[in-house]
Design a protein around this ligand. Sequence first.
Ligand code: SAH
Ligand code: SF4
Ligand code: F3S
Length: 444
Amino acid sequence: MLVHVITHGCQMNEYDTHTILSELVAGGHQIVDTPADAELIILNTCAVRGKPVEKVISLLGEFRKQKLAGRDLTVGMMGCLAQLEEGQALAKKFGVDILVGPGAITDILKAIEAVETRGESFWSLDFKDDLHSYLTPPPNTLTGFLTIMRGCNHHCTYCIVPQTRGPEVSRSLESIMHEARAMQAAGVQEIYLLGQNVNSYGLGRPDLPSFAELLRLVAATGIPRVKFTTSHPMNFTSDVIDAMAECDNVCKYIHLPVQSGSDRVLRRMAREYRRARYLEIIAEIKAKIPDVVISTDIIVGFPGETEEDFEATLTLYDEVGFDHAYMFMYSARPGTPSYKHFKDLPREVKTERLGRLIERQKYWSNRRNARWVGRNLRVLVKEVATDGQYLVGHSDQNHTVLVPKEQVRTLGLHEVRIDSATPHTLYGTVAGFATEAIPLMMAS
Ligand code: SAH
Ligand code: SF4
Ligand code: F3S
């Protein structure tokens, strides 16, 4: 079949899309670049907030319309929303043919066969023991996502993820290392280790290394760059900071979601740390890793958040001086404890607070980014920017960096001198080495 996959959500979904694409190719199907050319469209969905769910509804409505108008189209749904009753009700309503949950994506070939040969629809919501097949990344892949664990054992009261991805299961060391080496052999320049809480990798499993040890083992492959996300402050131990500090190829960038600066709110969110502990971890990171870049996730307008609570988030922001933050307005998700037990705040209050937080973020990102002007950074140049004038890449510290297109002949690692900075982007000039990676002509 001619297949197109549309991916929403986080990097874990991107990884799952890669897995499904490699299964499809191995099964003799062909991947097409645009939905219009496809016989099968698979929607990889996210359910973390109301907005991504609305996007799915609008796409499913669109596909249904086309089918009613006579287009011969098979529609598949995977990802987090597929695992929830909410998603299954939508699948029924819009006549989705294939539905596979995040634990069952390796059923995709079976699903297509059921639809193609027997005209049946196919649903699978199991959590398989070995979710992962060994992937060989597609040619010209510079960043390789590598999921090291699935699920989440925390119970943050606002969050749907534990229900969509199930309890934590760590992958075997052997399969992780096998995949890391396959990526390296395929020319991947950067491995991104993924999990909802990578720091709990191997917990309760004496046969597995700790996350810090795993990080060292992946770094020892010699791949130019290793990054990881997401870290939960509760399990963020000193040995991880030490491994980051000691391994040259582990990026000096850490994403450590705080969610709120108020202990009262953290308690109601059931986050297992408090403000003082969070600040203690940040202090240790800054002391051990000079020039570290730190980002975070913040939810504003959690039920019961007072003006004073919100101000505590602003003062925490100032104390840390985050380089970047992903800021979300609280979204009440059916099926979560906070949806059931707490009353949502008025939308105006949430919007107004989000606006103030964004101002704070811009101020700090501007200030933090400005410190790189005049310095050289190593940048993985990956693709042509939407305007066609620049190429986009990411620094070792995860900044988005733009360089003029005419200065670059190959995609891959470059030394770039930073000329100017905005809150979101650094602008630079190619100033030194460039590794021979992928000729630009081939990739674009
Ligand atoms: N496992 C990661 C994050 C997973 S979801 C962690 O614990 O840090 C990514 C982010 O989405 C969360 O950090 C949180 O800030 C946000 N988020 C999750 N549920 C949300 C909700 N109901 N409303 C708004 N933001 C939410
Ligand atoms: Fe959701 Fe909390 Fe688990 Fe992160 S740690 S995935 S926010 S329940
Ligand atoms: Fe969304 Fe699932 Fe990721 S809900 S954020 S795709 S884990």
